[in-house]
Write a protein that binds this ligand. Structure first.
Ligand SMILES: Cc1ncc(COP(=O)(O)O)c(C=O)c1O
Length: 452
């Protein structure tokens, strides 16, 4: 039958307008929905290493790294060249249909990014998708339903990952009902430990008792497929756990036949000065999730697991149209080359120590800085109201002012933590000693201007 309905006048040119790069003014910002809460009002034209550059030529020191993504710096020439070359050959070579060289090479290389043998990668697009994959694999391998996460953890925005996330109310509070068979237990937050010491080395956190209570009050360990943990809490406030935490968690999970999933979406790819953060504690997870820094900004994520686990995942039970996209794989291969050739793990460790020492110097002068913490280039200042309560009352207003003053001085940093009272600093791993010094002096000025 012939369709006689009139064709809408606009259908021949859907959304036609000036192309990107046109001399016409940029469209009004209101075209973007407000659900994208925004840290800055900056419009950006290009990026170079640690810097973002506006159309007017203003340069911002980007110590957000696009939320921990641009580990090799903005538009690293080797990554950009690999992307451009691949884009001219093939943009999409779907995983269920064909093999492509960048994908095969990347899978092969990812077998060796963690210590030990037998690792295999499964690739997807975003951090949340990597966590979804980890959860599905854990359930299918163990035949058990339950996943335990940690209070303060962040794992993504999909329904399953929202259910695992407890970093802040805004991430999940409006979206009940959430998927079930998820329980949460206490993460060791040394600075807020109820006992006497707030030092990680002498931490009094009772996380192990809390996990034991979880097993006795909420769920039998034999029904738990996996415990998912961020080796350092990210969105939850850049919380570095005490030294014994991950090794002991590994023991407990092994004793109970529970898989350990390390969510290294934010901590991985050199961020903490090791390729993956679990290496600081010599802990081998069963499944490791990675994303963010993996392809220097192109959408790519994945999990690593031992071959014997991955082989238990029946064909077709997981996948996705874009997983392991060929251009993203080309970017990921170039990213691995840059990390190795430019010694970025070593630089992350050295610049991290320099930065941490500088932040500790600031904390000695500003009592509103309650805690300084971090590992490698994953650094944080926790702001409190000195003299109020027990001296650790969170101060989100001061945090907001410090971030705003830093932005005024063209330094971009982010907030974190359940009460948004943590300033988190995520420089690219290519950052220089001079840039770190510049950031420290801007922070010093910003603390004064914010009335810290
Ligand atoms: C630890 C962690 N897991 C998972 C995610 C989700 O990643 P994505 O935003 O790529 O879905 C994030 C994002 O910040 C994260 O920090």
């Amino acid at each position: 039958m012939v369709d006689t309905r009139p064709t809408p006048a606009t259908s021949a040119s859907p959304g036609r307008g000036p192309a990107a790069g046109s001399a016409e003014p940029w469209p009004d910002r209101s075209v973007i929905p407000p659900v994208w809460s925004r840290i800055t009002n900056i419009s950006v034209d290009r990026g170079e290493g640690s810097w973002l550059i506006t159309p007017e030529g203003d340069r911002y020191l980007d110590y957000s790294s696009g939320i921990g993504v641009t580990n090799t710096g903005h538009a690293h020439p080797r990554v950009a060249a690999a992307v451009a070359a691949q884009a001219m050959k093939l943009l999409h070579g779907q995983q269920n249909i064909v093999y492509h060289e960048p994908g095969l090479r990347l899978h092969e290389r990812l077998r060796h990014v963690l210590p030990g043998d037998g690792w295999t990668a499964f690739l997807s697009n975003s951090g949340a998708e990597a966590i979804e994959a980890a959860v599905k694999l854990a359930r299918i391998v163990t035949g058990r339903p339950v996943i335990i996460g940690f209070r303060g953890g962040y794992h993504g925005r999909t329904a399953q990952t929202m259910a695992l996330t407890t970093a802040k109310d805004v991430y999940r509070g409006h979206f009940e009902p959430l998927p079930g068979s998820i329980y949460h237990t206490a993460y060791p937050y040394c600075y807020r430990a109820p006992g006497a010491s707030h030092e990680p080395a002498a931490c009094t956190c009772d996380w192990e008792d809390q996990l034991d209570l979880t097993f006795h009050q909420l769920i039998y360990p034999e029904h738990v497929a996996a415990i998912i943990v961020e080796p350092i809490l990210g969105e939850g406030g850049y919380i570095v756990p005490p030294p014994g935490f991950l090794p002991r968690l590994r023991e407990i999970t092994r004793q109970n036949g529970i898989l350990l999933i390390a969510d290294e979406v934010q901590t991985g790819y050199g961020r903490t000065g090791r390729f993956f953060a679990v290496e600081h504690w010599g802990v081998e997870p069963d499944i490791l999730a990675m994303a963010k820094g993996i392809a220097s900004g192109l959408p790519l994520s994945g999990i690593l697991a031992k071959r014997e686990l991955i082989d238990k995942w029946p064909p077709g039970t997981h996948g996705g149209t874009y997983g392991g996209n060929v251009v993203s794989c080309a970017a990921a291969n170039a990213t691995l080359d840059v990390i190795e050739d430019e010694h970025l793990l070593e630089n992350a460790a050295a610049r991290g120590s320099q930065f941490l020492a500088g932040l500790r110097g600031l904390a000695a002068r500003y009592p509103a800085i309650g805690d300084v913490r971090g590992l490698g280039l994953m650094l944080a200042l926790e702001f409190v109201r000195p003299g109020v309560g027990d001296g650790r009352v969170p101060d989100p207003n001061l945090t907001r002012r410090v971030l705003a003053e830093a932005l005024e001085r063209k330094l971009i940093i982010l907030s974190a933590g359940t009460y948004a009272n943590v300033a988190r600093i995520i420089p690219p791993l290519v950052t220089t000693a001079a840039e770190v010094d510049l950031a420290l002096s801007i922070l010093d000025e910003s603390l004064v201007a914010a009335g810290a």
